[in-house]
Design a binder for this molecule. Structure first.
Ligand SMILES: [Zn+2]
Ligand SMILES: [Zn+2]
Length: 172
C-alpha cells in the first residue's frame, strides 16, 4: 500500500484523503490462533504538519480464530484507529527530532509506505482471547461435546458428577 505524497510534501497543511485496500505480507503468518483473512482496508487521511506526516484513519481486517471455551471456529472483524506521526528519514538526527526514538515510522522521497504502519497497529490491537459468544458454556467434562449442544445429554442422564462415585461408601 504505497501512497504518492507529491502533492503535500512541499505544502504545509496539505491533506490527502486515503481509501485503500491491500493484502499485507506481515499479516500472512497470523498471530497465535488468529489468521487474518483477505485485504486490509484503510480509510483516512494524511496531513503535512510542518514536514511531519500525520496519518489518521481506520484500518479494518477480517480474521478467523477459535473460541477459547468450546473450540468453535469464529470469524470476526478487527477495526483499529490509526493515529501516527511519520517523519522524513533524512531528518532523523536533526536537532528537531533528536528526542524521537529511532524505531518510529519514517518516509522518504515522495512515497509513503503504509504496510508496516498498518500491520503494526493491527498486530498490537488483535485480541488474544475470544469467545464464540459471551456466555459460551464450553465443553462438557464428561463427554467432550458442547454442553448445550445436541450430543451432550450428560446433565440429563447423570446429574451427579460421576467422579464422586468412587468416593461413595468411602466414609461409611
Ligand atoms: Zn464457544
Ligand atoms: Zn456431556
Amino acid at each position: 500500500m504505497k501512497l504518492d505524497i507529491t502533492s503535500i510534501i512541499k505544502n504545509n497543511g496539505g491533506t490527502i484523503a486515503v481509501q485503500a485496500q491491500d493484502t499485507l505480507e506481515d499479516l500472512k503468518t497470523g498471530l497465535g490462533a488468529v489468521s487474518f483473512k483477505g485485504p486490509v482496508e484503510f480509510s483516512g487521511s494524511v496531513v503535512n504538519n510542518n514536514g511531519m506526516l500525520i496519518l489518521q484513519g481506520l484500518a479494518k481486517v477480517d480474521y478467523e480464530t477459535f473460541c477459547d471455551r468450546c473450540g468453535k471456529r469464529i470469524e470476526r472483524e478487527l477495526a483499529v484507529n490509526i493515529d501516527e506521526g511519520i517523519i522524513e528519514k533524512s531528518r532523523i538526527g536533526d536537532d528537531i527530532t533528536e528526542d524521537i526514538d529511532d524505531d518510529r515510522f519514517t518516509f522518504s522521497g515522495n512515497t509513503l509506505e503504509l504496510d508496516r504502519i498498518l500491520a503494526d497497529y493491527i498486530l498490537t490491537n488483535t485480541p488474544m482471547s475470544h469467545k464464540c459468544r459471551e456466555d459460551c458454556p464450553g465443553l462438557c467434562l464428561e463427554c467432550g461435546a458442547e454442553i448445550d449442544g445436541e450430543s451432550c445429554i450428560c446433565s440429563e442422564t447423570n446429574p451427579v458428577d460421576s467422579r464422586f462415585d468412587a468416593l461413595k461408601g468411602f466414609f461409611d
